[in-house]
Design a protein around this ligand. Sequence first.
Ligand code: GDP
Ligand code: IMO
Ligand code: MG
Length: 455
Amino acid sequence: MNSCVVGLQWGDEGKGKVVDILAEHSDIVVRYSGGSNAGHTVVVDPDLIGTSRDSGSAVPDKIGVKFALHLLPSGVIRPNVSCIITNAVVVDPEVLLNEIETIAKKGITLKGRLFISENAHVVLDYHKREDQLREESLGKNKIGTTIRGIGPCYADKAGRSHAVRMGDLRNLQQLKDKLQTIVNYKNKVFTAVYNATPINADDIFEKCKSYADKFLPFIIDTTEYLHRSLGNGKSILFEGAQGTLLDLDHGTFPYVTSSNSSSLGMSAGCGVPAKYVDKFIGVVKAYTTRVGAGPFPTEQDNEIGQYIRDKGHEYGTTTGRPRRCGWFDAVAVSYSIKIGGIDEIALMHLDTLAGIKEVKICRAYKLKEDRGQRTEDGKEITFFPANISKLAQAEPCYETVPGWEEDITAVTDFNKLPSNAQNYISWIEKLTGIPVTIIGVGPKRSQTIFRKQRA
Ligand code: GDP
Ligand code: IMO
Ligand code: MG
């Protein structure tokens, strides 16, 4: 059984938690896109760390140990799981080293079970610098990136001649020459365009030398590894980063990331065709959040948004920025389901909505007048317009349903949820057309409701 977990909103849906849970039944977990812009949180009871035991044995009221993962696949906490970082991930070696050290301190070792694609591109200091300088130069028009060098690194990948891949660490002399050429070029841009100080190619090369020492044992042909594993009947879990609405081609461009972060990016991202995936699981929050700029039709920039932010601890895992919060948007999620071939939904943070008197779900958009040009003017539409000038005018049409007061963070059985919470889930299923099979009622593994047998 192979599954793919992917975000259906603008990221931070709770993919890390879902992957960690599903990894219990997986041999391999694959991170196939994005870079250290991702922040995937996993919260595990201390006595379960380093064991392959199920969440079922966890002690519910024990304080969990938190892992904030940026590049390592979220299956890493399970000791028997192999963790693969494939070709389409942009790897910042500094972040990865930091992460490996941090989890080692928590008792988790990666020896013999971490593999990184030789074709994965490397994020270097000049990428992060370029990201920052470009954002600063854009002023109020900035994208609101994570400043992790993601856009510039993917741009160099597409441009080819200035790209550095993990496999280049195998030939340091060649890399030294290449870096000199790249840095000469980057310095011209930094000084002439941004009036910034130049960077030093030797410093970057010295860092690369130390990366080579540390990473060469992990670097392999991950495509070959994955196909061999499929042939041997291994169970693979593919982990998406970001969310479908941040997809470079299918999201709310230009307020997106620089990779195909929908499930459409999975095949190119790791060299395994989608036909090998038995199930695509889309992760959503019971509401919507977004970090960074860009249209967000159901945003609640008011006391409701603040209530959700406070109760759900909605601050970025990677940057600490407050997340913009709003109602669940079934138009946007249905679009993500369609383009992603999604089979079922994992609905996270249901607990966060407790205490809200009336909960709203966006079931359609009404497009405002647009100089009378469009046939849809004033009409309700249910197909998400990824075109942002259209989306920016979309007025949400809501279904209002009664909320629930009860704390549900200890509920493990769907039938024990307050009837209004059950009703809310039915609405989501009705509007999106697919079943909600996993429900999150808190950050820990044990705070999860399964509506069908996992295997
Ligand atoms: P990801 O990027 O999709 O992996 O999501 P993040 O880790 O960035 O953000 C999700 C946040 O919600 C993390 O702090 C999780 O620990 C937390 N979380 C996940 N599921 C639930 C849930 O069902 N309820 C609550 N209250 N928190 C959750
Ligand atoms: P996970 O995997 C939420 C957003 C940034 C910004 C835009 C472009 O944790 O869900 P980038 O640095 O990629 O060039 O920024 O994309 N963004 C995310 N938002 N969760 C993420 O990852 C994100 N990764 C990028 O905030 O709006
Ligand atoms: Mg995140």
